[in-house]
Design a protein around this ligand. Structure first.
Ligand code: PLP
Length: 408
C-alpha cells in the first residue's frame, strides 16, 4: 500500500480559529440580542478601489477579444508589472534591482511556504516567536522540524519577541541556515529599526545564513526611519529574499497577487564546495510548478501604481490606520500595555497579570461581545497577549471602542 509522507502526520491541527469560532457561536446562542464585533479578523473589509476595478474590467474585455486575448503568460509575471514594481517599490527608494529579480505570483503565503524547497533537508530554521504559522508548518511538512516537545519543535530555533526585549529578536545561540523575519510583524504589529535590521543582515552575512523577509504589511509603515524594504540595508541583496503582497496593500486577499524578490547576488553552497544562485533555482522551481498569475489580476496590480490607484489605496490604508490609532488609545485607557498598531494593522495587547490569553479573550467576549485573537495561538511567547486588528469597518471599530471604554 502507498505510504503517506509522515511529516504531514506531525502537523498539529491548528485549533486556534476553530476554537474561537466555537466559543463565539456558543456566546451568540446564549445571547441572541447581542451583536458580536470581531477584532480578530486578518482579512481586509474594504472593497477594491475604483482604479483597480476599472483595470480589471478593461482586462476582462481584452480577454474576450481575439486580438487582445492572453493565454499562458510568463511564469515570472508580465514585464509591465515587474518593471513598475522595480520602479516604484525599489528604485524610488534608492534600491537598484532589475525586473528579472522579481517573481510575480498569486500570493505571499504560497511563496513563503514554497521557498524552503530550495534548501537542504537538514537546514536549520529560525523563526521569531510569536510567529505567522506558515513558516513553521511548511518546514514541518518538509521534515525539518524534529519532534514536538511541549509547545515547540525540537529542531526549530525560536527567537522570542516579547516586551522584555522590546520585540526585537536576539541572535540565536545555534546558527540557523534560514531565518524568517516578518516586518511589520504579524501578529505583534511591531517593526525593526534600521539599525536592528542592519544587525540581522550583518549577522546573516557573517554566519552564512539566508533571511526570508516577509514584508506583507509594508504599506502600513508610517514612521520615516523604518525601512520599507530589507534591500535598503547594506549587503542585504547577498543574504535576503523579500516577499511582498498586494493583499493588505490594495485589498487583493480575494483577487490574489504578490511578488518575491530573489536578488542575483544571493548565493548559497551547492553542497560540492561551490556556490549556486537562488534566483536561477527559484526561476526553475516556478517554471516547473507554477503557470503564472492571471493576466487580468496583473493588470489590476499594475493599476495600484497609477497616480489614481495610489491615491485611492492610500485612502483605504489611512482608514485602517485611523482604526488602529483609536484602538490603541482605547486599550491604553483600559490601563493595559499596548504594542504595534503604528506601522501595522495589528495591535498587540498585554493582558492583565491575573489572566492569560484565553482568559482575556473570554472576558472581552462575555462582557463586551468583542472577539480578539489569543496570542498563545501564535506560539509560546504569545501567551499573555492578545491580537486586535484594525481591518474592521470604521463603524464597527468605533462601536468596539465604546464597548472597550465601558469595560474600564
Ligand atoms: N505573510 C503574512 C505575514 C501574512 O500575515 C499574510 C496574511 O495574513 C500573508 C503573508 C499572506 O499573504 P497573501 O494573501 O499574499 O498570500
Amino acid at each position: 500500500m502507498t505510504t503517506v509522507n509522515t511529516n504531514f502526520l506531525k502537523l498539529q491541527s491548528n485549533y486556534l480559529f476553530a476554537d474561537i469560532a466555537r466559543k463565539v457561536s456558543t456566546f451568540k446562542e446564549a445571547n441572541p440580542d447581542k451583536r458580536v464585533i470581531s477584532l480578530g479578523i486578518g482579512d481586509v473589509t474594504r472593497p477594491l478601489v475604483p482604479a483597480v476595478v476599472n483595470a480589471l474590467h478593461k482586462a476582462v474585455d481584452e480577454m474576450g477579444d481575439a486580438a487582445h486575448f492572453h493565454g499562458y503568460g510568463p511564469e515570472q509575471g508580465y514585464a509591465f508589472l515587474r518593471d513598475i514594481i522595480v520602479q516604484y517599490d525599489y528604485k524610488a527608494r534608492g534600491v537598484n534591482l532589475s525586473a528579472d529579480e522579481v517573481f510575480v505570483s498569486d500570493g505571499a503565503k504560497p511563496d513563503v511556504g514554497n521557498f524552503q524547497e530550495l534548501f537542504a533537508q537538514d537546514s536549520i530554521v529560525a523563526v521569531t516567536d510569536p510567529v505567522y504559522p506558515v513558516y513553521v508548518d511548511s518546514n514541518v511538512m518538509a521534515g525539518r522540524s524534529g519532534e514536538m516537545t511541549g509547545k515547540q519543535w525540537s529542531s526549530i530555533v525560536y527567537l522570542p519577541c516579547v516586551k522584555e526585549n522590546d520585540f526585537v529578536p536576539d541572535f540565536p545561540k545555534t546558527r540557523p541556515d534560514m531565518i524568517y523575519l516578518c516586518y511589520p510583524n504579524n501578529p505583534t504589529g511591531t517593526v525593526l529599526s534600521r539599525a536592528a535590521l542592519q544587525g540581522w543582515v550583518d549577522y546573516a552575512r557573517r554566519e552564512g545564513c539566508v533571511i526570508l523577509y516577509d514584508s506583507a504589511y509594508e504599506a502600513f509603515i508610517t514612521d520615516a526611519d523604518i525601512p520599507h524594504t530589507i534591500y535598503e540595508l547594506d549587503g542585504a541583496e547577498e543574504v535576503a529574499v523579500e516577499f511582498r503582497s498586494f493583499s493588505k496593500t490594495a485589498g487583493f486577499t480575494g483577487l490574489r497577487c504578490a511578488y518575491t524578490v530573489v536578488p542575483k547576488a544571493l548565493q548559497i553552497s551547492d553542497g560540492k564546495g561551490g556556490k549556486i544562485g537562488l534566483n536561477g533555482l527559484w526561476n526553475r522551481r516556478q517554471c516547473t510548478k507554477y503557470n503564472g498569475c492571471p493576466y487580468i489580476v496583473q493588470r489590476a496590480a499594475e493599476a495600484v501604481y497609477s497616480e489614481q490607484g495610489r491615491k485611492e489605496i492610500m485612502g483605504v490604508i489611512a482608514g485602517y490606520q485611523r482604526n488602529a490609532t483609536m484602538l490603541r488609545s482605547a486599550v491604553s485607557e483600559m490601563g493595559l500595555s499596548v504594542y504595534g498598531g503604528v506601522n501595522a494593522p495589528y495591535i498587540w495587547v498585554r493582558v492583565p497579570s491575573d489572566t492569560d490569553s484565553w482568559g482575556f479573550f473570554d472576558k472581552l467576549l462575555q462582557q463586551a461581545a468583542l472577539v480578539c485573537t489569543p496570542g498563545a495561538g501564535f506560539g509560546a511567547s504569545g501567551e499573555g497577549y492578545v491580537r486586535l486588528t484594525a481591518f474592521g469597518s470604521p463603524e464597527d471599530t468605533e462601536e468596539a471602542i465604546k464597548r472597550l471604554r465601558s469595560l474600564c
